[in-house]
Ligand binder design. Sequence first.
Ligand SMILES: NC(=O)c1ccc[n+]([C@@H]2O[C@H](COP(=O)([O-])OP(=O)(O)OC[C@H]3O[C@@H](n4cnc5c(N)ncnc54)[C@H](O)[C@@H]3O)[C@@H](O)[C@H]2O)c1
Length: 252
Amino acid sequence: MRLADKVAVVTGGGSGFGEGIALAFAREGARVLVADIDEASATRVVQRIAETGGQARAIRADVSKGEDVAAMRDAALAAFGDVGIVVNNAGTTHRNKPILEITEDEFDRVHAVNVKSIYWSARHFIPHFRARGGGVFINIASTAAIRPRPGLVWYNASKGAVVTASKGMAAELGPDNIRVNCVNPVIGVTGLLEQFMGKPDTPENRAAFLATIPMGRMSTPADIAGACVFLASDEAAFVTGACLEVDGGRCV
Ligand SMILES: NC(=O)c1ccc[n+]([C@@H]2O[C@H](COP(=O)([O-])OP(=O)(O)OC[C@H]3O[C@@H](n4cnc5c(N)ncnc54)[C@H](O)[C@@H]3O)[C@@H](O)[C@H]2O)c1
């Protein structure tokens, strides 16, 4: 197993990509703290992991709140005695719409959940990673960061900030043996799909998106989880500051 003896926190682990990442990590031997603002969904994922013999705990946490992120760290330490991997996956978007229709509240919410969460994660996990001699951050950004679509301007910008923050962290924290990488998914079939599309999820509306992806399909939680398992594992021991597109060629 590729993550045996490791402990991971996965935010937004209650659905979509986060659920896939939590399940894959547990399958590879990691003990997983599944954190989500929706406690019931995190608990459901923990039950799925337990049914297959894995070890996991659930916690309700809002990643835009510093005290909740500190509580995630403390819960992982209390349950498992360590934490060496943090996957900052929780994220949100404003609906796909023209730039002048995006309200200040939407802008602030998107940046609080997508960007400030990385700030809090750094603040609360770096001291622990330094004390234990290293650690791994995996930040789920998006192809939106490097190949932005119209209608998603401030979401795109938030993910651009995630990519730049991750690279800056990698440069600064390399001497501490703390690796920081991004995964950039292309559009996937998750709870956020209709928001990204800005219209109903119909075969006709999907076709416009599929036409922009050379491999002709959307991403799946398993696709994103596969990249995360690699980046979390010792196979990636010298990989830091990378952004791995999992996008069927969208960004070529
Ligand atoms: N689905 C896509 O097309 C796509 C593409 C590129 C990147 N992403 C990114 O992937 C990540 C996961 O999104 P998803 O597509 O699986 O969506 P999703 O809505 O299925 O899952 C997001 C999860 O995060 C949780 N969450 C939301 N706000 C939170 C908060 N403040 N604190 C803690 N948990 C919170 C939700 O409850 C949910 O369980 C996000 O960062 C998203 O921006 C998604």
